[in-house]
Design a protein around this ligand. Structure first.
Ligand code: C2E
Ligand code: MG
Ligand code: MG
Length: 711
């Protein structure tokens, strides 16, 4: 190896241990050979041996410089069998073409093969032909290229499988590139369509177009990522649902450079989602939206309305639905609900919204230009009036059942779904308190009353356990005015705060909550216990009257007869000791069933009295068919006896007719001697009232009985 060649080409400062001196740029360039990443080799074309190389040429193949310079091209050929032939071919080509390139494979000292690009330039070095050869290792590049083409097809496959296409928009040139899948989502092909933003917009469903355009333009302007679901309306009316996402890169000047996005065909998911929505948000019976949908819709409307616009909300509950269901069966019950739904639907304006939110409960929503109480009330009133007067289509009922309605208004009563729904429901409960076919507009006072009622209800539930209930006894006097013919047991409740709560308040409440059954049973047992105690004391009483609620009369397991029989036998009494007071209205609800119950009780030996007669519009003819013993004329008539001739006439006629029917009459609420005198003259048999004795505790009444017996 000639030192001159070596030093000319590849001597390095490190190898020489010196900082080399250079005289010209050309000299300086010599050092570039060691800095580059290509392998450089000087090959003697006559002998075929390497005569010089740079560091990377020997290091890449794992040889020391000295070892490498003992080799020739055949020694580093990957294919050992062809190595010599290949080398001779290469040398021949080099001699014929002083400059060129070809590809080959090298084997490193460790045995690993590398793909190499070879470029060469033949030089005349002082009369000696040498080739300056560059070996460029292509292994990584080839792998990367192979990998990238593999990734490319993988990506295409992934796009096809997931129905996600990708695209890139160059804002400077307007050029839009679509991936294969994007073409296929837009139902076209590269040879059929030259994509552009304008073309894309044309494929968007006309109803979604302006929103889509606005979303894209906003992203182009701000660079903010976007996500939007919209419909595509493609050729032949093909409808697709797509999800678009993307991001825009802005230049330093704030102008958009490129937008890269994906478009995903979610038609299938959309279809599934719609089906799920139908399951989750639609009431299968009426096909109306359900409660979850109503809450969602209300939230949506409230968001849109803000604080300026109004929303009227009606909570509607069908009257008597439970009894229709119970008496006519669920099939008819379902038909009633469906008919109610379609009746309500017919009353709706295009912007109104209707849902079935409970078994017989509906919600109606109406967006309004501004919260208008009058408009809301008129709307509700129209619904109330129409419902009860519409034919009960296909239900076997002559008319659609009436409804009770509660109305609330946003933003006046609340601006979130929860509050508004609660307000409308509170108004509905208030409407129901006042009977059927009623309409109430929400007011904060209603809430307060309702809360008080709730508190009352809760403490009433504990009244028996806390021994807060007592029975008072009011005497019933016979015509002569001296004999105690009987007594009425009247319930008293002193609550935990020591307040006396009137039975006129808590009995209707207990009837509503069902607590009346427990309370009623307590009354029966307590009355029987007390009567037995008086009997033991030798005190006799004609009959003890007990007030019976219509609900007790209708109870089945256990029935009223069973409860009474149990109490009588526990306290050694007989049915003849008791009189049962049933209000007139109790008989009106279900006269046939009540009649049956009463006949059973009468056969057992109980006396039966009609309480508050005259308040329920029952006819005496109807009472005739019932096994009654006594008719209690309501205090309302007794009070007016002195000042109203018409009332006098009514009382007179009642007493006459009652006598004809073989009924005894008792006048309630006798407060004055004048009233007593008039009633006596009219032929009334018994009297009860403050004049003759107020309701009193058992001990006082016992004492009264004792005195009467002694007299
Ligand atoms: P009612 O059965 O008609 O009872 C008569 C009511 O008139 C009692 O009111 C009694 O205190 C009142 N009264 C009697 N004489 C006079 C009078 O001269 N002047 C005036 N102003 N009032 C008089 P009370 O005790 O407040 O009971 C009210 C209603 O509560 C009863 O009317 C009855 O319907 C119901 N009630 C009372 N106790 C019971 C019970 O144990 N069970 C059931 N289901 N209802 C009961
Ligand atoms: Mg009574
Ligand atoms: Mg009464």
């Amino acid at each position: 190896m000639e030192p001159s060649v070596q030093s000319f080409w590849f001597s390095t400062p490190a190898e020489q241990g010196l900082i080399p001196c250079v005289d010209s740029v050309g000299d300086a360039l010599r050092f570039a050979a060691d800095l580059g990443s290509d392998d450089l080799v000087v090959l003697d074309l006559a002998s075929g041996h390497f005569i010089d190389c740079n560091r990377s040429a020997h290091e890449r193949l794992g040889y020391s410089r000295e070892h490498f310079l003992t080799l020739n091209p055949a020694a580093i050929q990957a294919d050992a069998e062809l190595a010599d032939d290949l080398m001779h071919d290469q040398l021949r080509v080099m001699r014929q073409q002083p400059r060129g390139s070809f590809a080959t494979r090298h084997r490193a000292r460790c045995g690993a093969c590398r793909d190499v690009s070879v470029s060469y330039q033949v030089l005349d070095l002082c009369g000696r032909l040498v080739a300056l050869v560059s070996h460029r290792d292509r292994t990584e590049l080839d792998t990367a290229l192979r990998e990238s083409s593999r990734l490319g097809s993988l990506l295409q496959e992934a796009e096809r499988l997931t129905h996600v296409g990708s695209w890139e928009l160059n804002h400077r040139t307007g050029e839009l590139l679509w991936s294969n899948e994007t073409y296929s989502i837009f139902n076209t092909a590269p040879e059929l369509t030259a994509p552009s933003y304008g073309h894309f917009l044309q494929t968007v469903h006309p109803e979604d177009r302006s929103l889509v355009d606005a979303t894209f333009q906003e992203s182009f302007r701000t660079g903010r990522p976007y996500r939007i679901e919209h419909r595509l309306l493609l050729g032949d009316g093909l409808l697709k649902m797509v999800l678009e996402r993307g991001r825009t890169t802005l230049g330093a000047d704030g102008e958009p450079l490129t937008t890269v996005g994906t478009v995903q065909d979610i038609s299938e998911q959309h279809e599934i989602q719609q089906r799920l929505e139908r399951i989750a948000f639609v009431d299968p019976l009426t096909r109306l939206p359900n409660k979850a949908a109503a809450v969602r819709q209300l939230a949506r409307l409230l968001r849109m309305a803000g604080s300026e616009r109004g929303i009227a909300l009606i909570n509607l509950d069908l009257d008597n639905f439970q009894s229709i269901n119970n008496s006519l069966g669920h099939e008819i019950g379902n038909q009633v609900l469906q008919a109610s739904g379609s009746c309500l639907r017919h009353l709706m304006r295009p912007d109104d919204w209707l849902a079935r939110v409970g078994s017989d409960e509906f919600i109606l929503l109406r967006p309004m230009a501004m919260a208008d109480r009058l408009e809301a009330l008129q709307w509700a009133e129209q619904i109330r009036r129409t419902l009860g007067n519409s034919p009960g289509m296909g239900t076997g009922l002559a008319v659609q059942p009436s409804a009770s309605l509660g109305v609330a208004l946003a933003p006046d009563h609340g601006s979130d779904p929860d509050t508004l729904l609660r307000c409308a429901n509170t108004a509905l409960m208030e409407a129901k308190q006042h009977g059927k076919n009623q309409l109430r507009f929400y007011t904060p006072e209603i809430s307060l009353q309702l809360r008080e009622r709730l508190e009352l209800e809760l403490s009433l539930g504990r009244a028996i356990d806390r021994e807060q209930l007592r029975l008072f006894y009011q005497p019933q006097i016979d015509r002569g005015g001296s004999r105690i013919a009987g007594a009425e047991a009247l319930l008293r409740w002193r609550d935990q705060n020591g307040r006396m709560v009137s039975p006129n308040v808590f009995i209707p409440l207990a009837e509503k909550t069902g607590q009346i059954h427990t309370i009623g049973l307590w009354v029966i047992e307590e009355a029987c216990r007390q009567l037995q105690e008086w009997h033991r004391q030798g005190l006799r009483l004609g009959k003890l009257a007990i007030n019976i609620s219509p609900l007790q009369l209708g109870a089945e397991h256990p029935s009223l007869s069973e409860l009474l029989a149990g109490a009588l036998s526990a306290y050694d009494l007989v049915p003849e000791n008791l009189e049962l007071e049933i209000t007139e209205t109790a008989l009106l609800n279900d006269p046939e069933r009540a009649g049956e119950q009463l006949r059973q009780l009468a056969e057992s030996g109980f006396s039966l009295a009609i309480d508050d007669f005259g308040t329920g519009y029952s006819s005496l003819a109807m009472l005739h068919s019932l096994p009654l013993d006594k008719l209690k004329i309501d205090r309302f008539f007794v009070e007016r006896l002195g000042n109203d001739d018409a009332d006098l006439a009514i009382v007179k006629a009642t007493i006459v007719m009652a006598k004809e029917l073989g009924l005894m009459t008792l006048a309630e609420g006798v407060e004055t001697a004048e009233q007593l005198g008039m009633l006596r003259n009219l032929g009334c048999d018994q009297f009860q009232g403050h004049l003759l004795g107020k309701p009193m505790p058992a001990r006082d009444f016992g004492a009264l009985l004792g005195r009467a017996a002694a007299a």
